[in-house]
Design a binder for this molecule. Sequence first.
Ligand code: NAD
Length: 498
Amino acid sequence: MRTISHFVNGQTLEGTSGRFGDVFNPNTGEVQARVQLASDAELDAAVQAAAAAQIGWAATNPQRRARVMFEFKRLIERDMNALAEMLSSEHGKVVADSKGDIQRGLEVIEFACGIPHILKGEYTEGAGPGIDVYSMRQPLGVCAGITPFNFPAMIPMWMFGISIAVGNSFILKPSEKDPTVPVRLAELMMEAGAPAGVLNVVHGDKTAVDAILTHPLIRAVSFVGSSDIAHYVYQTGTAHGKRVQAMGGAKNHGIVLPDADLDQVVKDLSGAAFGSAGERCMALPVVVPVGKKTGDELRERMVAEMQTLKVGISTDLDAHYGPVVSAQHRAKISDYIRIGVEEGAELVVDGRDFALQGFEKGFFIGPSLFDGVKKGMKTYQEEIFGPVLQIVRAETFEEALALPSEHQYGNGVAIFTRNGKAAREFASRVNVGMVGINVPIPVPVAYHTFGGWKRSAFGDTNQHGVEGVKFYTKVKTITARWPEGDHEGDAFVIPTMK
Ligand code: NAD
């Protein structure tokens, strides 16, 4: 059986822990490979390699570093099909979604190609008599990223793309569920001209994460995953003196006002709730129609739309979505559906019994729809992360606005309406980090930033865009004067400008 090893200092590093994780093919349910799980020793080897490489990399001028990112982009485009198929075979999302995963990461690499422009400092000539003040952004040193299973290409690129372009070296700890593409990305960075040790991949579970969070040479940690672990990572990393940004789970709402174009809404919702089997942090698993008529019509059209959805293997070009990532995850989704029924919600469409002919052992689950979901229900409060859409009815705009605003998660939200004034007011008042107006999955483009609020993100700096550059750099400010004689006037201690 294939073994997936660590990638350190430009080459494969065989693990010594003796521990492995299973990597499944979600289409068939079979174990297709095993991945080495690191102990402290492998993580330390990666940190030492990264620390040694970082000195020369930081001293490399910014446009040379940018050229590596340009070449990396070209290589990813060259290998797009192979990468997407590899990604689908471990994650289960359909190949078109895998290409989207890679493409959205590439957009951050494109942004990183222009980072020299953002790294330019600020300069004030004559801030005092003969005094100039200037500031510069310097890299932090060795940084690390811990990523979830659901975007094994995009999220690593969000992190290492920015971190490396500004002059850091990086250690990536990808999800142990789909680790092959992250290793391939690191190999391609080497092929693109990044020196050995600038990007390393260490596989693992909690042991590797704890080793990252406590290693004295790691200066900053970026995490994306579920909220409880994000919170733990934030607390442990900051307690060990690191800069930490930790993105967590989500429960995004789609608000549908009575004037919305319902045909369009149903199509948008279908993609946003069931695409990628609902395993997206920006999925829309909750829809809030305002008014009884809107709710009844939406439900009827949604049921019809769901009948057109095709669930298939990840290489089926006609499939809307494929299997979920693991048998445990499918069991968890089924459990939430059972609890929803017990809580008193109406299960309008039940996807639990779905089986794909010829792939009965695959981790497939059909789309499900609940109506009559209420605020206090556990299945409303928690993230299901599967192909389950919940209708939560509201009577008024204010009631609809309060639902996402008061929810524990605050990643994304969307409003569907033809009324510009209502949309504008909603966007201004809603207590959520990313808002879509007639856009169901409002993932910001790479030169803006990505980040939720409340329990969807711990720390105060977003992913990518200028915020990403700030996260991976520190500012140094220089106050300079060049006196002509040895003893010119009074002692000059603290520059105060009268
Ligand atoms: P997860 O929290 O299980 O795993 C994320 C990472 O943490 C993995 O690398 C994993 O190995 C590691 N990990 C797992 N258990 C750990 C533990 N006990 N201690 C320390 N580290 C541990 O998340 P997942 O299932 O891989 O991904 C799905 C979750 O990620 C969902 O909650 C989803 O909403 C969230 N997500 C959030 C965003 C965002 O930007 N907010 C983006 C994508 C996914």
